[in-house]
Design a protein around this ligand. Structure first.
Ligand SMILES: [Mg+2]
Length: 394
């Protein structure tokens, strides 16, 4: 196959607020080939900043746009996806945002190759004999402003059938030890004794690994499955200090990894027990799968980080579908109507509460033409009076 078009798109809700909700807009890429196939991908990144990486004029040999690197290229096998990943990132060596921006293209290329080969993406990644394992979805929500509101939120999730949930950000770490403990206790009481409770501290202790260590001990009686991002993403030395002291609750982090190297650093030098990777940030499925392999080698658990549409969720699950031991899946609850309508179907929970990997060729979900038109925000970029970019027709 030859790549004949690479089209980035900006979709958004009519009103975008400063709420910590990453589903209010979307950056999508559609790649078409000369045999009539198309693949789709999504980045978790600023849409317009990402879009510019597709159309920026060449500055020199290390600032070449993604579109220029991909157009006319051949795509016939997995080795081409790796080759194009390396080529595009090399051509954009001095574009700091390129990993985020390219993520959508990498997803689209895997989608295309799967459709071409008649295989779901996880089989391309792990071999034709690989089988997919159902995942335990955890509902991802914010802590309520008070312990009582957190208890209510947890109770609602239990009534919706969730056996696992993550509570994060909000008041955690901001009103002292007693309040922190009350929040986690409320989450456990609301969700029930048998459920998996996960705690996301939302980087609140910065570099203060001593407080993180203390809180892990404080939370341990409520048996959280992990304590996520107690520290800043690049506080690798502090993660190391924390993790070598064997905290009472295992430490999770990694969603801030914008390159393979960031995740590798956290995993090898930071010493985390769970590595959380967003395929829409790290450069796509290709580097995410590499992180998964590294995690397997070192006895660390790989988990997705996903807070976009089910296109991103599908891409995320293929990365670790074949590994039975990596069973926890971040599952967006709520989210904007854009994120819920963007795909024609969603990855629903089965009767056993588990989520299964789509077995159709490619990523296994389709972009809904109606939703695409409804939320599309056409873009035109000019320089020197000439159009650098104009959104392609839907
Ligand atoms: Mg988090």
């Amino acid at each position: 196959m030859r790549i004949v078009s690479v089209d980035p798109f900006y979709l958004r809700m009519p009103v975008v607020t400063d709420a910590a909700d990453g589903t209010q807009d979307s950056f999508l890429v559609r790649i078409r080939t000369d045999n009539g196939l198309e693949g789709w991908g999504e980045s978790d990144a600023s849409p317009i900043v990402s879009l510019s990486v597709y159309c920026c004029p060449m500055s020199h040999g290390n600032i070449v746009s993604i579109r220029e690197s991909l157009l006319g290229e051949t795509l016939g096998g997995v080795e081409d996806i790796h080759r194009l990943h390396a080529k595009t990132l090399r051509n954009g060596l001095d574009i700091q945002h390129i990993h985020h921006a390219y993520s959508a293209s990498d997803l689209a290329l895997w989608d295309l190759l799967g459709k071409h080969a008649g295989q779901p993406v996880y089989k391309l990644l792990d071999g034709a004999s690989a089988t997919s394992h159902p995942k335990l979805p955890y509902a991802s929500v914010l802590f309520g402003d008070t312990p009582e509101l957190t208890r209510q939120r947890a109770t609602d999730l239990r009534h919706q059938g969730f056996k696992a949930a993550k509570f994060g950000w909000g008041p955690m770490g901001k009103f002292g030890r007693e309040n922190d403990v009350a929040l986690v206790r409320a989450a456990r009481e609301g969700l029930g004794d048998d459920a998996t409770v996960l705690v996301d501290a939302g980087v609140v202790w910065g570099h203060d690994w001593q407080t993180a260590l203390q809180r892990a001990a404080d939370f341990a009686p409520f048996r959280p499955g992990w304590l996520e991002e107690p520290l800043l993403p690049d506080a690798i030395e502090d993660y190391r200090r924390l993790c070598t002291r064997k905290p009472a609750v295992p430490i999770a982090a990694g969603e801030g990894s914008g390159r393979y190297r960031d995740a590798e650093d956290l995993l090898l030098n930071g010493g985390v027990k769970f590595i959380q990777i967003d395929v829409g940030r790290i450069g796509g499925i290709t580097p995410a799968h590499r992180v998964r392999k590294l995690a397997e080698e070192h006895g660390v658990t790989y988990v997705n980080h996903t807070f976009k549409s089910h296109l991103s969720l599908a891409a995320s699950i293929h990365v670790f579908a074949a590994v039975e031991g990596f069973e926890i899946l971040e599952y967006v609850m709520g989210g904007s109507s854009l994120s819920r309508e963007l795909t024609t179907e969603m990855l629903k929970r089965g009767a056993d509460g588990r989520v299964r990997t789509p077995e159709r060729p490619g990523l296994g979900v389709d972009v809904s033409p109606a939703a695409f038109k409804k939320y599309l925000c056409p873009v035109r970029i000019e320089a020197g009076g000439k159009a650098l970019f104009e959104s392609a027709p839907p």
